[in-house]
Design a protein around this ligand. Structure first.
Ligand code: AMP
Ligand code: FES
Ligand code: ZN
Length: 295
């Protein structure tokens, strides 16, 4: 198979794009997809102060790397979840990568905040991923606002977005569907959030990481048992295998046809502020401050 750009021997075939690429042309293709994804939603410019939430995993290290390659200067934010045997490795990997990019890295230590994930799970008996997601989103937002960043960036890729969309549609989670956009604009008390890898699949992201020698954490979180979500992704991969291009069509179709309808119906509803920390909330005290107050 030959690269469709330069006719050298191809190393990657992308059926959904009807294409095959050599190493250099694939990296170029990947960067172009990121540029397209940023432009489509007017996510940010090189004048903006950018903060990338980096877990040490493939996707977030890749988005940090590619933004750097495209000339954006972005700082990193690592949340140390306090999970033994996992968080230490993730932190070391992220710190080493920050050094490679000569980028600044902010570290938030949840143990110091009294919110180490294993402790919170023990106290609340809630599902680890749900409470962990809630705490992470809180610190993404608070850190971005505290240090004056214009945009908070995450490494979510097309498979993440399509998996979540599929799950939200299957269960008709209308309140989540309306927030399922690669760009969430800034609101009072909430930082702007962007997902520049929304056009790129998990496979394409892995290939980019491999071609760029990105050394990421490959062990998965010992607390995460989200088998349902993994099974949705598996089914979607089977559909994609039979009909290449279905994932991007499904997501783009949602963004074009459904999201405008949902957004119009659901004007922002949260007007209250947490009386302890100022985070937008429906109650007097936000969920994370309530978790901090638990004994
Ligand atoms: P996940 O929810 O684990 O699939 O992660 C989604 C995105 O959230 C990643 O691509 C990162 O951008 C960000 N993220 C996840 N965990 C952390 C962490 N511990 N610290 C900073 N960012 C994170
Ligand atoms: Fe959040 Fe494992 S990374 S529960
Ligand atoms: Zn609060």
């Amino acid at each position: 198979m030959k690269c469709i750009k330069c006719k050298k021997t191809a190393e990657v075939e992308l059926k959904s794009h009807n294409a095959a690429f050599c190493r250099d042309c694939f990296v170029e293709f990947f960067k172009n997809q990121v540029i397209k994804g940023i432009k489509k939603f007017k996510m940010f410019t090189d004048k903006d102060k950018l903060l990338v939430a980096v877990s040490g995993g493939k996707d977030s290290l890749t988005v940090w790397h590619v933004l750097n390659e495209l000339g954006y200067k972005a700082d990193g934010l690592f949340i140390d979840l306090g999970i033994d045997g996992f968080s230490e490795v993730a932190k070391k990997t992220t710190e080493a990568f920050a050094e490679r990019l000569s980028a600044k890295l902010i570290v938030v230590d949840l143990k110091k905040e009294g919110l180490a994930i294993p402790d919170v799970v023990k106290k609340t008996r809630r599902v680890a991923c749900a409470v962990c997601g809630q705490i992470k989103r809180y610190y993404f937002n608070m850190t971005a606002l505290k240090y004056g960043y214009d945009v908070l960036i995450t490494g979510h890729n097309l498979d993440d977005e399509v998996g979540r969309l599929f799950s939200n549609v299957l269960h008709w989670k209308m309140e989540y569907l309306k927030d399922q956009s690669p760009l969430l604009p800034a609101e009072d008390g909430l930082a702007k959030k962007a997902k520049p890898l929304w056009r790129l699949t998990e496979f394409e992201t892995s290939v980019y990481a491999f071609f760029n020698d990105i050394d990421y954490v490959s062990i998965s979180c010992p607390l995460s048992k989200n088998a349902t979500f993994r099974s949705y992704k598996k089914h979607l991969n089977e559909i994609e295998f039979d009909s290449p291009g279905t994932k991007i069509d499904f997501y783009q179709g949602f963004l074009k046809n459904m999201l405008p309808v949902l957004s119009k119906k659901n004007e922002s509803s949260i007007k209250n502020r947490c009386k302890i920390c100022g985070y937008p909330t429906l109650a007097d005290v936000c969920g994370v401050c309530r978790l901090k107050g638990l004994d």
